[in-house]
Write a protein that binds this ligand. Structure first.
Ligand code: SAM
Length: 211
């Protein structure tokens, strides 16, 4: 995602974001189920440590805390989105939100630190040429046997994406939807098997366990 006029372009969405996800029936169809599935595949439990990248207003992060009982850190480039997330935090809960520029590309945590690294509806803002590097960075901070999981707009390959997108008029210049065949190759180089589950014509949940 580009920084425009010194501000992240999601900044202007922050006030309306939690309403948009209930109204936009294309992009956010089955939103709650997608987030629940991401939490489920991570097999979270009390005391596990989770990183949610592109956390926005924190919806996935709070699910990891409330349904998974995990300790959660949510990171995002947009301060206004994070401000919305922080407003939802109850006193003494084991969740925190931090601003990080380009958090898929470089995150500030040590190797093998998290039990799960998750993201929903955010990785498609990263250009295709940077995705392999970002996957490696996410897996770097994941413990052995930890789970990486994503819920997002995804296509099986470039051709399927081209066909599918003819039906939609919401393609933005900053959107680079994941392609399963390309991600699969990256995960293979890390010795990981990518698992996939389709939720809508455009939304999938993908996950993989670190060896
Ligand atoms: C559509 S929202 C998704 C928020 C949340 N994960 C959810 O599922 O509702 C996309 C979020 O990704 C963040 N974002 C945009 N570009 C990003 C990038 N390059 N790296 C990480 N996060 C980014 C935005 O600031 C925004 O909060």
């Amino acid at each position: 995602m580009k920084k425009r006029n010194n501000t992240w372009s999601f900044d202007k969405w922050a006030g309306r974001y939690d309403k948009i996800i209930t109204e936009d029936k294309d992009t956010f169809a089955r939103y709650d189920e997608v987030l629940d599935r991401v939490v489920e595949v991570c097999k979270l439990s009390k005391g596990k440590r989770i990183l949610d990248i592109g956390t926005g207003t924190g919806n996935l992060a709070f699910r990891c805390l409330n349904k998974g009982g995990a300790d959660v850190i949510g990171i995002d480039p947009s301060e206004p989105m994070l401000a919305k997330a922080r407003k939802k935090v109850k006193r003494k809960s084991r969740i925190e939100f931090q601003q990080v520029d380009d958090p898929f590309l470089v995150n500030p945590y040590s190797d093998n630190y998290f039990d799960a690294v998750v993201n929903t509806y955010a990785f498609h803002h990263v250009p295709h040429r940077l995705k392999p590097r970002c996957v490696k960075e996410m897996i770097r901070v994941l413990k052995p046997s930890g789970v990486w999981a994503l819920g997002d707009l995804v296509f099986e390959n470039k051709e399927k994406e081209k066909q599918a997108l003819k039906k939609y008029d919401w393609l933005d210049e900053d959107e680079y939807f994941e392609r399963i065949d390309e991600l699969d190759k990256v995960f293979k180089t890390l010795g990981m098997k990518l698992q996939v589950e389709q939720f809508t014509p455009v939304v999938w949940v993908l996950w993989a366990k670190k060896p």
